[in-house]
Design a protein around this ligand. Structure first.
Ligand SMILES: *Cc1c(COP(=O)(O)O)cnc(C)c1O
Length: 423
């Protein structure tokens, strides 16, 4: 099993090489050269999640030095629940927020961290992971890499622009995790990371690596829960559901499309985006126009230039094929608020703003159908949006509570990336 670049100018590599490289040398993203055919016996709803995951992921590591260790990696990465919760007889929510930082990014970050830790066992120098974050990614990566041997992490976040709880989750670490509060916005943080990578001497000296969502190591585990959720749904109702997926950089939805390409019974009803309309506009006009992002209540989806679009466009080649396979709807802040209220009223179920965008799309276009909305985060991470709508306190999950009660530790810096490399 080999991985090639979306831009066609890099030699094929195995999974672990693609994970170490992050980006392909020609600047493209790694995609499977051919998709493996996943056998039906792998879709067994009675398996524990980590065993189910190993069955799906292992074929992608065929011929890779890590092949035999995938079950062990999955055991350590996926040690939390992935429940399907039913709102009505046919309408369910797949809860991906039971990991340590209460968002789906724990799946990708934890798998990536376990893989890199094993690959580092044989290395004689420290690997440095740089990650710029506007919220959820940084905390998932920090938590996943905390105390991993041979790896240090530098997390950059924009000062005063993340919520109180997000900042707590980004700064409660120590040991091999350093957090930087940058006097600038998210774009400054991203630019600093990019500049550090472009400084080839520095990149070599510090062995810089990236944990952002273009890394193959974050995508492969994001295929698994769609298949697992479909198997759970089928087990109960005898049919397979269609998914609605709240989307920003579309890494999560690429996982769904890749699982379908591998023969899994995963149907995709629609992507739900917020007021960042790049993809719905493309579907309407046939012209792809990336743009600056606009700020919304579903802030983890505030993306105007989705980084994983390159993988989707590669998969579907031309506009006609893309349009046949991808459906996307934009949801406004008012519609998100309204859906948080109405779902609490109808089902006593509390949605985070991102999941609410998905639920809105289901109710508008697929009401009463066999559907699953992917829930990307726990509502307690966004209590300042959610609580005023429903008028009750959102209970805080235990792992989140622990982070909120820990002491904060971070360094304040300006926007020069060299400040990251003073010891
Ligand atoms: C990152 C994130 C998303 C968007 O996922 P993509 O893979 O970027 O499309 C949606 N919801 C939450 C809570 C997130 O953290």
């Amino acid at each position: 099993m080999r991985f090639i670049s979306t831009r066609g100018g890099s030699p094929p590599v195995t999974a672990s090489q693609a994970i170490v490289n992050g980006l392909a040398p020609d600047g493209g993203l790694y995609v499977p050269e051919r998709f493996p055919v996943l056998g039906k016996d792998l879709f067994n709803p009675d398996l524990p999640y980590n065993e189910f995951a190993a069955g799906i992921i292992q074929p992608f590591f065929e011929g890779d030095p890590l092949y035999e260790q995938i079950p062990e990696i999955c055991r350590s990465a996926f040690d939390f629940d992935v429940p399907l919760t039913w709102l009505t007889e046919k309408e369910a929510v797949l809860e991906l927020f039971h990991g340590p930082t209460a968002a789906f990014k724990d799946f990708g970050a934890r798998f990536l961290a376990s893989v890199l830790e094993i690959l580092q066992e044989k290395a004689d120098s420290l690997l440095t992971i740089l990650v710029a974050t506007s919220g959820d990614t940084g905390s998932a990566v920090a938590s996943a890499f905390h105390l991993k041997k041979g790896i240090q992490v530098k997390v950059l976040f924009p000062k005063g622009r993340v919520s109180f709880r997000q900042e707590k989750q980004l700064t409660c670490w120590n040991e091999n995790i350093q957090s930087y509060s940058v006097e600038g916005n998210f774009d400054d943080c991203q630019r600093m990371v990019k500049e550090a990578f472009q400084d080839s001497e520095l990149a070599k000296e510090w062995r810089l690596s990236s944990a952002n969502s273009i890394n193959l190591g974050r995508l492969l585990p994001q295929m698994v829960y769609y298949i697992y959720g479909a198997a759970q749904y089928h087990d109960k109702r005898g049919v397979y559901p269609s998914y609605v997926i709240p989307s920003g950089n579309v890494g999560n939805s690429v996982g769904a499309y890749w699982s379908r390409e591998s023969g899994a019974p995963v149907k995709i009803a629609s992507l739900a985006v917020n007021e960042n309309r790049t993809i719905p506009d493309y579907l309407e006009s046939g012209t792809y126009t990336p743009r600056d992002s606009v700020q919304t209540l579903a802030n983890a989806m505030d993306v105007g230039n989705p980084s994983n679009m390159e993988r989707l466009l590669y998969l579907f080649k031309d506009f006609k094929t893309f349009k046949k396979n991808v459906c996307a709807s934009s949801v406004s802040d008012d519609e998100i608020r309204e859906t948080i209220r109405s779902s609490y009223g109808a089902y006593s179920y509390i949605l985070c703003p991102h999941t609410a965008a998905g639920e809105y799309v289901r109710e508008k276009f697929f009401a009463g159908k066999n559907t699953v909305v992917v829930s990307t985060a726990h509502p307690a991470k966004f209590e300042q949006v959610v609580e005023p709508e429903i008028g009750v306190h959102v209970p805080v999950p235990a792992s989140l509570k622990e982070m909120l009660e820990s002491e904060s530790c971070f360094t304040e810096i300006k926007t020069d990336f060299n400040e990251l490399f003073h010891d």
